[in-house]
Write a protein that binds this ligand. Structure first.
Ligand SMILES: Cc1cc2nc3c(=O)[nH]c(=O)nc-3n(C[C@H](O)[C@H](O)[C@H](O)COP(=O)(O)O)c2cc1C
Length: 196
């Protein structure tokens, strides 16, 4: 879900508990559970985080400028509401907390810890959807700014910034597919046999 569909209605504590229970039930490498969640409701803090979005989004727009990319992409980009930081009653910042010392399963591919945090985000997303609650993932942010605003210790990494709230409707298709921003890939394009 994106910022154009969210309603300001508060969530019930019971709904939030269910979303977090789903997050904490996610699989993780070596059962390291390397996730931490900061709930953000303060309007001042959300305003400061929204400022980071606006600054980063200005930089993003330059990449979609006409001539450099497909014609009309910038106009289409500008019409998207790519965050719901203020519109939603709740934001959740999701961090990776690296474990000190070796983690079972993470010794060859260090990024597995962060992938585990993403599994928790996916669980939250699915649980929220089953409760008719929308989640939008905002990644057009300066992670260091968000860390500093939330007093995150230096070793933590921001994995996801989620806008959580009730919505006026869910789409039958991803919004970006509906708007023809990007086509859905066919199974045969991405599922190959034996080798690339
Ligand atoms: C890793 C990740 C990062 C995303 N970052 C953004 C973002 O910064 N802004 C945005 O509008 N959507 C972003 N999205 C997309 C959505 O949050 C979500 O897919 C969208 O709200 C609509 O759901 P749909 O894919 O079913 O249409 C991101 C999704 C993922 C998985």
């Amino acid at each position: 879900m994106r910022g154009n569909r969210f309603l300001p209605d508060p969530l019930l504590q019971e709904e939030l508990d269910q979303i977090f229970a789903a997050a904490l039930a996610a699989p993780s490498v070596g059962f390291s559970q390397p996730w931490e969640f900061i709930t953000v409701t303060s309007p001042e803090k959300r305003q400061q985080i929204a400022h980071s979005f606006f600054a980063e989004n200005e930089k993003a727009k330059q990449l979609f400028q006409q001539g450099k990319f497909e014609a009309g992409k910038l106009e289409q980009y500008e019409q998207l509401k790519l965050e719901g930081i203020i519109e939603t009653p709740l934001n959740i910042a999701v961090f990776y907390n690296p474990q000190k010392g070796p983690v079972l399963g993470q010794t060859s591919m260090p990024e597995m810890g962060k992938y585990s945090v993403v599994c928790a985000v996916q669980n939250m997303w699915l649980k929220a959807r089953s409760l008719n609650i929308g989640i939008g993932w905002v990644s057009i942010l300066d992670p260091e700014k968000v860390k500093s605003l939330l007093n995150a210790p230096q070793d933590r990494e921001l994995v996801a910034y989620l806008c959580v709230g009730k919505v006026d409707k869910f789409y039958d298709q991803p919004e970006l597919e509906m708007l023809r921003w990007q086509e859905r890939k066919k199974a045969e394009q991405v599922i190959l046999s034996e080798s690339f």
